[in-house]
Design a protein around this ligand. Structure first.
Ligand code: BEZ
Ligand code: FE
Length: 301
């Protein structure tokens, strides 16, 4: 009979889990257990702190609804989502546009719109812009009929889900590229915003004296048959939080700007935001979005 102490407990737990038939589950749970035990030993975790952690995770779960995913927000603010993205990008067989976070405001089934349409459906004081670019493959050819899903906050930094009846979509749309891989649409320049701070993750951010802001950005999910889906976002240069994103989504290659005079704009006389995307060839493991429409995780009641 083994004597259980603060060190032998780890071996005991690992031994009991060794019967796990699924090798990946076995590997993940063993590593998680080792790291969790090492963490508790490193900080010399007290019973009160352990209970605070349990209460915190309970509150995170209780905050989750079909329109709010507090666990993903926790993962984002700990840098875990960004780390999983970076690991995922390394698996691609061809270099493509870098990934960024899906975030908690993605909705699948946004309205399908025609090139040149606007995604603005509510009255706005935002600066109207033409958002355009091309979707290329690794051979430098435009990808026709690629699906371009786009969503963003408004000029006050709010998403539709935060403003009105969450079932009414605004500032989102699904477009398809033309024969040359081009897309273009009307929208407004977004403003940066604070991540949702009214839950336990907000309490954590305040306790850490972090500002809680994300710089202004526009989200994209772009895909086409035969290509690996790119889940990313564009970030607007000049935003004061461009170098201190609370969820670590910004990377240099995804920073772009508003161009007030762009002779190449497909919609003349509008300021533009232009960005070209690169789709790697499809790989066996599929898309691997770090995130999801919250309603697919917690069903609406
Ligand atoms: C967002 O991009 O909307 C977002 C991403 C992660 C956490 C919170 C918000
Ligand atoms: Fe966002």
């Amino acid at each position: 009979m083994r004597a259980i102490d603060e060190n032998t407990i780890t071996e005991a737990a690992l031994e009991q889990m060794a019967s796990t038939p699924d090798p990946r589950l076995k590997q993940i749970m063993a590593a998680l257990t080792r790291h969790l035990h090492n963490f508790a030993r490193e900080v010399d975790l007290t019973p009160d702190e352990w209970l605070d952690g349990i209460k915190f995770l309970t509150a995170v779960g209780q905050k989750c609804t079909a329109y709010r995913q507090e666990f993903i927000l926790l993962s984002d603010t700990l840098g875990l989502s960004s780390l999983v993205n970076a690991l995922h990008d390394k698996r691609a067989t061809e270099v493509g546009t870098k990934s960024s976070l899906v975030g908690p405001f993605y909705r699948q089934d946004s309205p399908t719109l025609k090139l040149g349409d606007t995604i603005v459906t509510k009255p706005t004081n935002g600066l109207e812009v033409c958002l355009y670019g091309r979707v290329f493959n690794s051979a430098g050819k435009g990808v026709p009929n690629a699906t371009v899903q786009v969503w963003q906050p408004d000029e006050t930094g709010n998403y539709d889900l935060q403003k009105h009846d969450p079932s009414e979509m605004d500032l989102r749309g699904t477009f398809h590229t033309d024969a040359e891989g081009r897309f273009y649409l009307r929208t407004i320049a977004p403003l940066g915003y604070m991540i949702p701070m009214d839950g336990p993750v907000g309490d954590m951010i305040r306790a850490q004296k972090r500002h809680g802001y994300r710089p202004a950005h526009i989200h994209f999910i772009i895909g086409a048959p035969g290509y690996r889906e790119v889940v990313t976002a564009l970030y607007l240069q000049g935003d004061e939080h461009i170098d201190s994103d609370t969820v670590f989504g910004v990377t240099a290659s995804l920073v772009t700007g508003v161009n007030s005079k762009d002779p190449a704009s497909p919609i003349p006389n509008l300021p533009t935001i232009k960005f070209d995307f690169h789709l790697p060839a499809a790989a066996a493991y599929g898309s691997g979005r770090v995130g999801a429409d919250p309603s697919q995780i917690v069903k609406a009641s």
